[in-house]
Design a protein around this ligand. Structure first.
Ligand SMILES: Cc1cc2nc3c(=O)[nH]c(=O)nc-3n(C[C@H](O)[C@H](O)[C@H](O)COP(=O)(O)OP(=O)(O)OC[C@H]3O[C@@H](n4cnc5c(N)ncnc54)[C@H](O)[C@@H]3O)c2cc1C
Length: 507
């Protein structure tokens, strides 16, 4: 088949965004997806009468005029995908030890609540929120910068972005240390750390602010669930003349001739070609698919990064109880056994000790009343925590029985914590339980090393030039969580940026 203008390899959120925008602009777009369902980490899988979104729980940038809203408007489906706002008085609840803190919308409100709880640290709290505001506003303003930053632009803009520039190399812990924050306050302010899967010692302060700032404007859940969001985008592509979204088409080779891509071949032996190619596949893998020797040294340097952490997710449905009676609702609950997040991450990631894990607990059936995830009378909860990829993938390769035993052990520990601390007799109410490891992410989402968020979100990888990439091959671009930023908002934003670069049309 050769009649395409653009081939997009992969249907993660970045791929779907750029594919849908190009299709909407009249280009003949072919999307090729390895899995049997589109969406990447945002896809939904079915187990009997239950459906679970693989990895997405809540998103930002859905308010009027924000990037996700603008994207859906541009492709003409905005009214089909309404969003529910999670509780503005506390869209995330952070539980450290025995104490619960609610993260509200409105940084001033959040600050005032923390000052009430920690009056002796009033000055540090004020300075922290002041800095978050300064950096957050500068990050917003950076969207107006031109795509190519010349030395002149950099020089002229330096004062306007001075807080961002000053903190380019800072971790969250650097900022905490400077403000002399006490341990409990550090833990509470980093309570959403699972959204970047790094402890304060390692995470880029700028990335931390981008996340806090993004969710502060509103935390959202699609009223019809994530499968409806993905299906609607896919349908919009398929409805355009000359466009197609094909699943179970794993691209095994990108063919290069004379510095250009001339076609792609799938594992099944099909060959497709187009004028232009966009890879939504991890950049390192993309280079391997085309042959590393085809790329410039600059491309090779860009593809030299450490991956973000792996994770375990337990998907359950309960019947005969209401999770609202046990501290759950239109918000997520983050559980930490104690305030030392650096140690908790090290225990789980480096020492493989998941005996007392931190937990992220999300309850999609309490975020919207729309049916579609489970039978009437049941509720769904998705629970995630961090772990090392290598241990699980090696175990799976070497000894499937040992792998399954380890998976079960971790799942049982997680259910024990929830039963002891939140939902008495939880086990008596379980209708279904499914567990995914980093090896599962690698298998079903093709995430190398089971990485949750692309390249690790340390200062070394959170750079000003992180974004969609035009490679040294004349007609090949890359866009995903690494060639862009992770999260649905981050990858949709990267897809929009690439579309605008390719088409010259603003979204
Ligand atoms: C535990 C966890 C929790 C998260 N929670 C949230 C959340 O609550 N909110 C949020 O906004 N974000 C969340 N994220 C992050 C978010 O899901 C991702 O950053 C985002 O979805 C990644 O999109 P992507 O475009 O990079 O593509 P991916 O999701 O990585 O998808 C890439 C696609 O390409 C396909 N592919 C790969 N190789 C090939 C090939 N050779 N041929 C054809 N197809 C191929 C894959 O099968 C896949 O479908 C979470 C992630 C994890 C792991």
């Amino acid at each position: 088949m050769t009649d395409f203008d653009d081939i997009v390899i992969g249907t993660g959120m970045a791929g779907l965004t750029v594919g849908a925008l190009l299709a909407n602009a009249g280009r003949r777009v072919l999307m090729l997806e390895a899995h049997d369902t589109p969406g990447g980490y945002a896809h939904t899988f079915t187990v009997g009468r239950h459906r679970f979104c693989a990895q997405v729980h809540y998103i930002f940038n859905c308010g009027e005029g924000e990037s996700i809203d603008a994207f859906l408007s541009k492709i003409g489906v905005r009214d089909e995908v309404p969003f529910e706002r999670l509780d503005p008085e506390g869209f995330d609840h952070i539980v450290v030890g025995r104490e619960r803190f609610r993260v509200p919308n409105g940084l001033a409100k959040h600050e005032a609540r923390l000052v009430r709880r920690f009056p002796e640290h009033r000055a540090a709290i004020r300075r922290y929120f002041g800095l978050v505001g300064d950096v957050g506003r500068e990050l917003d303003a950076m969207k107006d910068l031109p795509a190519r930053i010349t030395p002149w632009v950099a020089l002229r803009s330096a004062h306007r972005y001075r807080h961002v520039i000053r903190h380019m190399r800072s971790t969250l812990e650097d900022v905490y240390d400077r403000l002399r924050m006490p341990p409990l306050l550090r833990a509470v302010l980093a309570g959403q750390a699972g959204d970047y899967l790094l402890p304060p010692r390692d995470v880029s302060f700028l990335l931390h602010v981008a996340l806090v700032w993004g969710y502060d404007k509103g935390a959202y859940y699609p009223r019809g669930h994530f499968f409806h969001l993905v299906d609607t985008i896919v349908r919009s592509i398929r409805a355009r003349p000359g466009c197609a979204v094909l699943t179970e088409r794993e691209v095994s080779r990108i063919e290069v001739e004379g510095g250009r891509v001339v076609g792609v071949t799938t594992k099944g032996g099909e060959r497709f070609s187009a004028r232009r190619y966009v890879s939504n596949v991890d950049p390192k893998r993309t280079l391997e698919l085309a042959g590393r020797e085809s790329f410039s040294r600059r491309d090779a340097r860009r593809a030299d990064y450490a991956y973000s952490s792996g994770n375990i997710t337990v998907y359950i449905a309960v019947r005969g109880l209401d999770l609202r009676d046990h501290g759950f609702g239109s918000y997520n609950v983050w559980h930490y056994p104690h305030a030392d997040l650096d140690r908790i991450y090290d225990d789980q990631g480096l020492r493989h000790d998941l005996s007392d894990p931190w937990l992220f607990m999300s309850t999609p059936t309490l975020h919207t009343s729309a049916p579609g995830l489970c039978p009437d009378g049941e509720q769904v909860m998705e629970i995630a925590t961090s772990c090392d990829h290598a241990r699980f993938s090696e175990l799976r390769r070497r000894d499937r029985r040992a792998y399954n035993a380890e998976k079960k052990k971790v799942r049982d520990t997680i259910l024990d914590v929830i039963q002891d601390r939140y939902v008495p007799r939880l086990r008596d109410h379980l209708a279904v339980q499914v567990t995914g490891t980093p090896a599962t992410n690698e298998r079903f989402c093709r995430a190398p090393h089971g990485n949750a968020y692309g390249a690790a979100l340390t200062p070394a990888h959170v750079t000003m030039d992180r974004g969609p990439v035009r490679t040294s091959l004349d007609n090949l671009w890359m866009v995903n969580a690494t060639a862009g930023f992770p999260s649905v908002a981050g990858t949709v934003g990267a897809g929009i940026a690439l579309y605008e670069e390719l088409s010259g049309d603003a979204v």
